[in-house]
Design a protein. Structure first.
Lengths: 309, 571
């Protein structure tokens, strides 16, 4: 098992180099000059531009720029962004917020998705099942920005149940609204996946055998239906974690969450190669490690999967 | 044991039946209204007695048994009659009452050991939760005791393993352990061994018999094998299309079947047919006269050349054992035999004996590690691609699973026509004519052409597979467990068809099977394989009458019904 984990961790290296190279190249290939764009309508002297270019290595060819980035990365020197702030400090500020948001969204979508999915699956074809299925379709169909603004207005402003915006100080409490919006989209998929999986498993032979053994209904449901049904759901949750971390741009803007999405968006607009790549690199790490955790959880849930070989 | 209705059990407790099913009717709700699955079923089980329900799939035998433990599927319900357990009608008992009864009073051993244990829980846990749910001590020692009583060696360690680490036989033992763990008074055993090799089947059934007689448990045994039922049960109930058509003491029923369906069943059950031949031989009667009615007597082949010669065949698989290392696993070890044109040679053995690997190598689907397969005088390993293509035309397979071996997206015409198209034989019109002929040959209506595999029964599908194999007018047909998945009556029909085609077309069969009863009916020669090696070979009569090896003896002994003494004229 330890060998397997080590091998998976080693696999991060090529994945990391590949993704950063790709992202770096894409930022490099963006049209327009980032330095001139910084100054807007009042261009500075050519000397200043040349000096800034040199400072950010923008006068170097692509491979040299990328090489310097990697070298800085391995010496833990991420450099400064175009506003002169150290990138490392920025990352340290934005990532905790986004992690908090993503984890809260993950909890919301898992708890509600699995619970509703289980009940709907067990009551297949009944009123609850039909209602939940239609509701989940509605949730899937409404775009995040609509859902976000509606909930912000309704729950945040009119009802006053939660803070409509987050602002500089993000904590579990005031992130509840954006986390709900973020979790709602995957919630519908988790629900449907759980439901389908439960329906498949509840007709399995071993469930009938468990009933024949004299187990009570709740026991059969929890130990034999729910546990087996979680296997595909866990896979999806792991994959969705990456999306929650990196794809929260819209939600973070609506609720003014000072997180990764907002920052990444700004950096892309400004063609700030180093910042974009630094953020994406961390996201890649999060993604790879989340998937490793999912695979380990998967092996724990399904003993037929073993990673020794 | 006596079979009278009133009887004092050994414990002297009761003379009342433990389970009595009266006029039971079960219906299922389907898209097109209610469908009656069981009508007027009745049976009585006395304490300590074993009663078998026999019938083909869809006869309602399992449904009746499931109703007795309150496990009908969601769309099924008891629509009439009574199920009396100790005088209490449980046909409409509350779920709470059924939970009390299940495990404690009524235990169940289900059919398929592969799918009836939850793959994600350790065996020990699955036993433990049964004990706990029924209010019995459930410590590790109790779990180990239950498992070892069911004949599981090294139970303490085994309890910590998962189902996928168990063989089929071991899993079935675990399921028997679970079914009997709370010492129920009635055990419902639904085809408890039909998924297992014959030798394992025998061990398991012997063990089940010992355990239930020690505990004084009544058993309701569900099976499709009349031979097995007659051997294991005091009374047999025959079900056909939802009705109980006949019931009575086992041997009486076997010797003097009244209902036409029972008569057909008695006539065609391979285990019984095989036993009949055996008994007849012992009494000095010629076996050919005893084959079931309508079964063609295979004409002595006139040609005696070897169409297929297998010489010192070996197949070694590399098994991965971590970090690029591998260990060798010899699946087929130095196997040699030859097959004469126009005859049937059977390769028998348990699962894992390497018999299917031999078949795959003969079909040129796997390369031998060493050794030669000579087909019609030519070593098949020397063939180039074009010659292999031509070779495939002459050697065709029929596989076990008629569900898996037909493409669900192809209609029957396309399925049978495909080999003709692949080998560019004839034009469209002549191919269609050929398909019609083939359907006639396998006794399927020509209207079948437009249908899809999922619209056909298992027996019909296997006929389609045979028609497909015959499309190219092959000389040799490799049947890999070709009838194992079929009900006994259908099995008999397909075997008859194969024998008929052989005598008409001069086909050569290489028959791979684990079922010796089938071998006795169709094969001229037998090769017995054990763990990759050919341990015995000879003519069918020689092998059956005078088996040389213990392994062969064990296989023969394990055919259900071997203990029955049947008069040869029973058919």
């Amino acid at each position: 098992m330890i060998q397997y984990i080590l091998r998976r961790l080693l696999q991060i290296i090529p994945v990391f180099i590949g993704t950063t190279l790709l992202v770096y190249f894409m930022v490099f290939a963006l049209p327009g000059d980032p330095i001139r764009a910084l100054f807007g309508d009042r261009p500075p002297s050519e000397a200043v531009i040349a000096q800034l270019r040199q400072q950010y290595n923008l006068d170097q060819p692509f491979w040299v720029q990328y090489g310097l980035f990697l070298k800085n990365l391995f010496t833990f020197n991420l450099g400064v962004d175009f506003t002169g702030q150290p990138i490392a400090a920025t990352l340290g500020r934005i990532f905790p917020v986004t992690v908090m948001l993503a984890v809260e969204a993950l909890i919301i979508q898992t708890v509600f998705g699995v619970t509703f999915g289980l009940i709907a699956g067990l009551r297949k074809g009944k009123v609850f099942d039909a209602t939940v299925l239609i509701a989940s379709l509605v949730v899937i169909a409404i775009p995040t920005f609509v859902l976000g603004f509606v909930l912000q207005l309704l729950v945040g402003v009119q009802l006053g149940w939660a803070k409509p915006t987050v602002g500089a100080t993000a904590d579990w409490g005031n992130l509840i609204l954006p986390a709900t919006v973020l979790g709602l989209v995957s919630f519908a998929y988790v629900l449907r996946l759980t439901r389908a999986s439960v329906i498949e498993n509840m007709n399995a032979d071993y469930v009938r055998t468990a009933t024949a053994k004299g187990l009570s209904r709740p026991r059969v449901v929890v130990t034999h239906i729910l546990r087996n049904s979680m296997i595909p759901v866990i896979t999806y949750l792991g994959a969705s974690l990456g999306g929650l971390m990196g794809g929260a741009i819209v939600t973070e803007s609506i609720f003014n969450v000072p997180g990764v999405g907002q920052k990444l968006f700004q950096a892309v607009i400004r063609s700030e190669g180093p910042t974009v790549v630094a953020i994406v690199s961390v996201l890649v790490l999060v993604f790879v490690i989340a998937n490793l955790l999912v695979d380990l959880l998967y092996a724990w849930l399904d003993p037929r999967i073993r990673y020794e070989n | 044991m006596t079979t009278s209705d009133v009887r004092i059990s050994e414990a002297g407790l009761t003379d009342k039946p433990l389970l009595e099913i009266r006029d039971l009717a079960i219906s299922f709700k389907t898209g097109s209204g209610e469908v009656q699955a069981v009508r007027n079923a009745h049976l009585t089980i006395m304490p300590g007695e074993t009663v078998a329900i026999v019938g083909e799939s869809g006869s309602g035998k399992s449904t009746t048994a499931l109703a007795a433990i309150g496990l009908l599927p969601g769309n099924g319900r008891v629509s009439g009659g009574q199920i009396l357990l100790d005088g209490e009608d449980i046909s409409h008992a509350s779920e709470k009452r059924m939970i009390e009864l299940r495990g404690n009073t009524i235990g169940m051993v289900p059919q398929d050991p592969m799918s009836n244990l939850n793959p994600v829980w350790k065996i020990g846990y699955q036993v433990k939760e049964t004990l706990r749910a029924n209010g019995r001590p459930s410590g590790p020692a109790d779990v180990a005791k239950v498992l070892s009583q069911a004949g599981l060696p090294d139970a303490e360690r085994r309890a910590k393993q998962y189902p996928h680490e168990f063989s089929g036989g071991m899993r079935q033992r675990a399921l028997i352990a679970i079914g009997l763990s709370c010492q129920p008074r009635l055990l419902i055993a639904d085809e408890p061994t039909s998924a297992l090799d014959v030798t394992v089947q025998r061990q398991i059934l012997d063990h089940l018999e010992t355990m239930t007689s020690e505990l004084g448990t009544s058993v309701l045994l569900i099976t499709h094998d009349l031979g097995l039922a007659a051997e294991r049960a005091d009374k047999v109930v025959v079900m056909y299309r939802g009705n109980v058509v006949e019931a009575g003491p086992s041997l009486e029923l076997l010797q003097n079947p009244q209902h036409p369906y029972t008569q057909r069943l008695v006539a065609s059950a391979p285990s019984l047919a095989s036993r009949r031949i055996q008994v007849a031989k012992e009494l000095g009667v010629e076996s050919d006269e005893l084959l079931a009615p309508g079964e063609p007597v295979v004409v002595e082949p006139t040609m005696t050349e070897d169409v297929l010669q297998i010489q010192n065949l070996r197949k070694v698989f590399k098994l991965r054992s971590g970090f690029g290392k591998s260990t060798d696993f010899t699946a087929v070890d130095d196997v040699s035999f030859s097959v004469k044109r126009g005859t049937t040679t059977a390769i028998v053995g348990e699962s894992g004996s390497g018999k299917s690997t031999v078949a795959q190598m003969v079909l040129n689907l796997q390369k031998p590690t060493s050794g030669k397969i000579v087909f019609d005088g030519v070593d098949t390993s020397t063939l180039n691609n074009k010659e292999i293509f031509a070779f495939r035309r002459r050697v065709q397979p029929i596989f076990q699973d008629p569900y898996g071996s037909l493409d669900p997206m192809y209609n029957i015409f396309r399925t049978i026509e495909e080999p003709l198209r692949t080998h560019k034989i004839g034009d469209k019109a002549s191919r269609e004519k050929k398909v019609r002929e083939l359907l006639d040959q396998v006794a399927l209506p020509q209207s079948t052409m437009q249908r899809y595999p999922n619209e056909l029964s298992g027996g019909q599908r296997q006929r389609v597979a045979i028609a497909r194999a015959l499309a190219l007018d092959p000389e040799v047909i490799i049947c890999d467990e070709a009838v194992s998945a079929l009900d006994v009556l259908v099995q008999a029909q397909v075997l008859n068809l194969l024998a008929d085609l052989q005598s008409r077309l001069g086909l050569t069969y290489l028959f791979i099977t684990h079922d010796l009863a089938v071998v006795r009916q169709i094969a001229d020669h037998v090769c017995v394989m054990e763990k990759g090696k050919l341990v015995e070979t000879g003519s069918t009569d020689d092998v059956f009458d005078d088996p040389q090896r213990d392994y062969t003896k064990a296989l023969l002994h394990a055919i259900p019904g071997a203990r029955l003494m049947l008069p040869p004229e029973v058919a």
